[in-house]
Write a protein that binds this ligand. Structure first.
Ligand code: ARG
Length: 471
């Protein structure tokens, strides 16, 4: 049986079912479909379209479907094209004739949009929570890192020493922006499309404001055409997740690099590394590499879905069914990547001696020499040239830089002190800078931001005020 047997004479061809059915992926909307349907039933009762008794029967049937789904005893049937069809079919089996009233005033168009908003609201919140967990890990590793430092790089060339804590928090702040985006996306999507019907609303006394409130949405749609065709929230979610994945990818790339013998800045815990099937000595950073690799896939989902949307006229078109698989996959992949990355960072060992040796062994204090001269009245461009030629001299003649600094008339012994191990990094004192004082303040600010963000995420995750129990 199809939902449209009154209109179409022939049964749907098998290959059409195979091509158009979405049950195999949209069954994960089941819980949201039940919650949405229950709100719809309460709305129908409120409008006098259903009697209290009829609503009670439908709500009980929806509850039972929920139990069957939870117990794994729900039997899907060949004609169940999608989760909405399957639920309505089963409600009708359980509730008898009243079941035929469930879909009154509703279309799968407003139904699926409602379900997907409920689902996305919850799942993005879960991703946000995992972002917070990763930020906590970065924060605790930053605190633990104390005053250890490493070379900061530009162009992947050693540039200036920075505290390890500073480097870790740099990733933490990128994640703070991801979190902010996720929260705003949830805020924007928190609008109920239920009551828009197929595209134009209804002749029946529905109350979209009432069902919106029932479902814990902040409000209802303004325009029924927009309500059923709007998938901005999916595109936004895909973007938020893609950029988050890009950030994880950059962390992954760095850790893959840092765990090489050439860098040797970190050793991954055995539980977060893999071996080689052939080479007995290998220990590979597969988590870091897949954190990097998954980003490509997520960017593909975003680009693909924007392409799906771009040519669609108003209002619902079946193309919109293509919203779910990329969204589900992006959520799954990001969720797993966040957990694995947090575990990898929590358990890896930093080789701070090696990091510091790398930072001390270079001309990482060169700009400090130039700034020292500037403080004594030399224009910076001139100071830059003086120090630059000393560095060149040192490299060409194989003379230690300290020796050249000591014998230079404008520099001398006091300036040599800047080249002592660990001195340069302490001079990065400006707000947001890489030295110990500035980083101590930054740690406080980061900790505070994290506390605020934990509360923000707790607040967005207000579950709908009522369940499917008809309370
Ligand atoms: N499975 C469909 C989707 O995901 C549900 C809506 C179908 N609506 C329709 N008029 N064919 O978009």
């Amino acid at each position: 049986m199809t939902l449209w047997e009154g209109r179409l004479g022939a049964a749907t061809a098998d290959e059409v079912m195979a091509f158009t059915a979405s049950l195999h992926f949209d069954r994960r909307l089941a819980a949201d479909d039940l919650v949405g349907s229950a709100a719809h039933v309460r709305g129908l009762a409120r409008g006098g379209i259903l009697t209290g008794a009829e609503a009670g029967i439908l709500l009980a049937a929806l509850d039972r479907v929920g139990e069957e789904l939870a117990a794994g005893s729900f039997a899907f049937k060949a004609g169940d094209e999608d989760i909405h069809t399957a639920v309505e079919r089963r409600v009708t089996e359980i509730a008898g004739d009243v079941g035929a009233k469930l879909h009154t005033g509703r279309s799968r168009n407003d139904q699926v949009a409602t379900d997907l908003r409920l689902y996305t609201r919850r799942e993005l919140t879960e991703v946000a929570r995992r972002v917070l967990d990763l930020q906590e890990v970065l924060l605790s590793r930053a605190v633990e890192a104390g005053d250890s430092y490493l070379p900061g790089y530009t162009h992947l060339q050693r540039a200036q020493p920075v505290l390890l804590a500073h480097h870790l928090l740099a990733h933490g702040w990128a994640l703070a922006r991801d979190l902010d985006r996720l929260v705003h996306t949830v805020d924007r999507l928190n609008i109920s499309p239920l009551g828009a019907g197929a595209l134009a609303g209804s002749s029946l006394p529905l109350d979209p404001d009432f069902v919106a409130e029932e479902l814990g949405f902040a409000g209802r749609f303004e325009n029924s055409l927009d309500a059923v065709s709007d998938r901005d929230f999916v595109a936004e979610a895909l973007f938020d997740l893609s950029l988050l994945a890009v950030h994880l990818s950059r962390i992954g790339e760095e850790l893959a690099l840092w765990s090489t013998e050439e860098f040797g800045f970190v050793t991954l815990d055995d539980a977060y590394a893999t071996g080689s099937s052939m080479l007995p000595q290998k220990k590979n950073p597969d988590v870091a590499e897949l954190a990097r690799g998954k980003a490509g896939r997520l960017i593909g989902h975003l680009a693909g879905f924007l392409a799906t949307l771009k040519g669609l006229p108003l209002a619902y078109n079946r193309d919109l069914q293509e919203d779910k698989e990329p969204l589900f996959d992006s959520l799954d992949q990001t969720g797993r990547a966040l957990l694995a990355t947090a575990g990898m960072i929590a358990t890896l060992a930093f080789d701070t001696d090696r990091m510091q040796a790398a930072a001390d062994g270079s001309a990482g204090a060169a700009v400090d020499l130039a700034e020292w001269l500037t403080e004594r009245g030399m224009p910076f461009r001139q100071a830059h040239a003086v120090v630059g030629s000393l560095v060149r001299d040192s490299l060409e003649r194989h003379v230690p830089l300290a020796e050249l600094v000591q014998s230079h008339p404008a520099l001398g012994l006091e300036a040599v002190g800047l080249l002592e191990p660990g001195v340069a990094v302490t001079r990065r004192t400006t707000p947001g800078g890489a030295g110990p004082q500035a980083v101590a303040a930054q740690l406080d600010r980061f900790r505070h931001r994290l506390e605020v963000d934990v509360e923000r995420v707790d607040r967005v995750d207000q579950p709908p005020p009522r369940g499917t129990d008809g309370a």
